[in-house]
Design a protein around this ligand. Structure first.
Ligand code: A2P
Length: 272
């Protein structure tokens, strides 16, 4: 399916498959192993994990056992949100490299601008310190690209002003009704690829009658329309499922939403 093999190109020239398989909230062990295997069998070539998900080792086993050439698979992982100093960042990177054990990482992200238990707190200095370790890792080839997650404009600005490498990607919560217009516009202006996690609002969009109405016109599911919407906005979707048939369905998005339907989706408030 073209959507799985088409790529976005990061500002440093590295290509990244347009749909990634998200593994947030998939437990380590058979659940992660089986769903990543199902995704790879379905043709996904981009897997998104994180140290905090605790499932990197299962991702490694699934990638290894798939028999697919490592160079054909794009792997993202993340430095825990709680890590805001250089030593911690070095340690976290080593841990992820060891657990994934797949050679280099393809994209390494700061998981959030603040620890999860202190959302909104100011860690500008700490993020800059961590980012300098990321720049070293990028220069040394431990990772082919570096980026951030959950950053808003102020977080991006303070990082860009104080460091050399502009993030290659910003992974944010992005779905119909929650399109983060300011952060998205700022990221695009700075050639930062926007990746959207929870493109189905962790499942809450699935019953949305307005999206259902649009989906019926195309003979597609609500999930497919919701994922397609991101692609038409040049946002990289990271759908997550542990159900093989849905994993296939979520990548079967090679259709075109009309400009009118995109505008109708733009206008939807999904209750966020
Ligand atoms: P499951 O893993 O049981 O298949 P998001 O990508 O926004 O985080 O949403 C993930 C949630 O949506 C999961 O609960 C997942 O359930 C469900 N889901 C994923 N794809 C589909 C689909 N095509 N149809 C229905 N539910 C889906």
């Amino acid at each position: 399916m073209p959507a799985l093999t088409d790529t976005f190109t990061l500002s440093n020239g590295v290509t990244i498959p347009k749909i990634g398989f998200g593994t947030w909230q998939i437990p380590d062990g058979p659940e992660t192993y089986d769903s990543v295997r199902a995704a790879l069998d379905a043709g996904y070539r981009h897997i998104d994990t994180a140290r905090a998900y605790g499932n990197e080792a299962s991702v490694r086993r699934a990638v290894r056992d798939s028999g697919i050439d490592r160079d054909e698979i794009f792997i993202t992982t993340k430095c825990p949100a709680e890590v805001k100093d250089a030593d911690g960042a070095r340690h976290a990177l080593e841990r992820s490299l060891a657990l994934l054990d797949l050679g280099r990482i393809d994209l390494y992200l700061i998981h959030a601008p603040w620890p999860w238990n202190a959302q909104g707190s100011d860690h500008r200095a700490g993020n800059i310190e961590v980012w300098k370790v990321f720049e070293e890792a990028y220069e040394s080839g431990s990772t082919r690209a570096i980026g951030v997650s959950n950053f808003v404009v102020a977080d991006l600005e303070s990082l860009i002003d104080a460091t050399d490498v502009v993030p290659h990607a910003n992974q944010i919560r992005w779905f119909v009704g929650n399109t983060q217009p300011e952060t998205t516009a700022y990221s695009k202006e700075h050639d930062i690829l926007v990746e959207g996690y929870s493109p189905l609002a962790t499942g809450r969009l699935l019953d949305n009658p307005d999206i259902k109405g649009i989906a019926e016109k195309y003979g597609k599911s609500v999930a497919q329309v919701s994922i397609r919407y991101l692609l038409q906005k040049d946002i990289l979707p990271l759908p997550k499922s542990t159900t093989p048939s849905r994993i296939v369905e979520n990548a079967d998005v090679d259709f075109e939403l009309s400009a009118d339907d995109v505008a109708a989706l733009d206008a939807l408030d999904a209750g966020e």
